[in-house]
Design a binder for this molecule. Structure first.
Ligand code: ZN
Length: 326
C-alpha cells in the first residue's frame, strides 16, 4: 500500500450477506450492486473484522483493506483514537423481509473471555424504511426480569416479555450490549455497532430453518448476557448539538451517531476523529473524493481524521448520518 499518498475520503466495496430473511431492497432502494437472488439481507459497508474486510474502491489506495489502513495509516485515519488493534466500528444496512430471531450481545468483559476474544456489541439502528405495522423488539417490558424471560423462553412464549414498538422512518434506537432485541419484518435499517460478531440467539419465534428443524439457540450464554436492568428500548429523542444542521441521535461510550440535514455546503470533521458518513436522503459531493460521481442515497464513506475539516456539498438537499468514536 502506498504510504506517502495523502489520505482522502474513502469509499469501500460493500460485502453482501444472504439470509432467509433478506430481500431485494439493498439493490432496489439503496442502489447496491446485488445479484439476481431474492434474499439479500445485509450490506456490510464499513468493516474490519477478521476475514471480513472493507476494500477501498478508488484512488491511489484502491485495493487496500480497512485493516491495512488502521495498521499502516492509523494516526492519519483515526486521529486521537490511534492506535487501535482494528477499526472499532462496523456499519451495515439490513433488509428484513421477515422478523429476525431474538438476540442479545455480550458486553466487552464477557466477549473478551470468548475464544477467540471479541469486542462486546453495542449497536444502534436508524430506520430507513418501515412498512406499515413493522415492529422493533427492544428490551424487556417493565416488570419482567431475567427469570421471567427464562420462563417464557422455555414455554416458547418469549414475546410476552418483549417490549415492542412500531417505528417510523427516521427513528433511531440505541441497543446497549445486554439489551434483548429483534428487527421486525418490513424494516430497512442502517446499523452502527462495535466491530463484533458476538451474538446469542435466544428465541426464533418457534420457527424452523430451511432444513425443517429449529435453528440453534444459545439459551445459557444468552440469558447470562441479558442485562435486565436496561428496561425497554425506546426511539431516541434527537438532541441539539450546537450546529443547526446537526442533531445527536445516539451517544454512548462506544460511538456517537448524529444526523445532518444539509441544504448548503457544510464542513465536516476537523475534530481529530475519523467519521463514518452514510447518505440516507439525497446525495452529496465530498471534497477530495476519488470518485467523480456524487455519494448517492445509500452510499457510505470514511472521512479520515487527517482530512477534516472537509466540505460536503448536498445535491439539492441531503440527510447524512455521521458516526464517530466518542
Ligand atoms: Zn444485534
Amino acid at each position: 500500500m502506498p504510504t506517502t499518498q495523502p489520505l482522502y475520503p474513502l469509499r469501500f466495496r460493500p460485502i453482501f450477506r444472504r439470509y432467509l430473511w433478506g430481500g431485494r431492497r439493498l439493490g432496489d432502494v439503496l442502489g447496491k450492486p446485488i445479484g439476481p437472488e431474492s434474499d439479500y439481507a445485509e450490506s456490510w459497508e464499513i468493516v474490519d473484522h477478521g476475514d471480513d474486510q472493507s476494500v477501498v474502491l478508488a484512488g491511489p489506495l484502491a485495493g487496500a483493506t480497512l485493516h491495512e489502513l488502521v495498521h499502516e495509516r492509523g494516526a492519519e485515519l483515526l486521529g486521537k483514537h490511534h492506535p487501535q488493534p482494528r477499526f472499532p466500528l462496523l456499519f451495515k444496512f439490513l433488509d428484513a423481509q421477515q422478523t429476525l430471531s431474538v438476540q442479545v450481545h455480550p458486553d466487552d468483559a464477557r466477549a473478551g473471555r470468548l475464544n477467540p476474544p471479541d469486542y462486546g456489541k453495542t449497536e444502534a439502528w436508524y430506520v430507513l424504511d418501515a412498512q406499515p405495522g413493522s415492529l422493533i423488539y427492544a428490551g424487556l417490558k417493565r416488570g419482567f426480569d431475567r427469570d421471567a424471560l427464562a420462563r417464557e423462553l422455555h414455554r416458547g412464549t418469549a414475546e410476552l416479555c418483549l417490549h415492542r414498538f412500531e417505528p417510523k422512518s427516521g427513528d433511531c434506537v440505541l441497543l446497549p450490549a445486554g439489551l434483548i432485541h429483534a428487527i421486525g419484518a418490513g424494516l430497512l435499517v442502517a446499523e452502527i455497532q462495535q466491530s463484533s460478531d458476538a451474538t446469542y440467539r435466544l428465541y426464533d419465534w418457534n420457527r424452523v430453518g430451511p432444513d425443517g428443524r429449529p435453528r440453534q439457540l444459545h439459551l445459557e450464554q444468552g440469558l447470562e448476557a441479558v442485562d435486565d436492568q436496561l428496561g425497554p428500548g425506546l426511539p431516541a429523542e434527537p438532541q441539539p448539538t450546537g450546529h443547526p444542521a446537526c442533531m445527536r441521535l445516539a451517544s454512548c461510550d462506544k460511538f456517537i451517531l448524529s444526523r445532518w440535514k444539509l441544504s448548503s455546503p457544510t464542513e465536516f470533521g476537523g475534530d481529530n476523529r475519523c467519521h463514518i458518513l452514510a447518505v440516507v436522503a439525497g446525495a452529496v459531493r465530498l471534497d477530495g473524493d476519488a470518485n467523480d460521481a456524487p455519494l448517492p442515497f445509500g452510499g457510505t464513506a470514511i472521512l479520515p481524521a487527517v482530512c477534516g475539516p472537509a466540505k460536503i456539498t448536498p445535491i439539492g438537499s441531503a440527510t447524512v448520518l455521521d458516526a464517530t468514536l466518542p
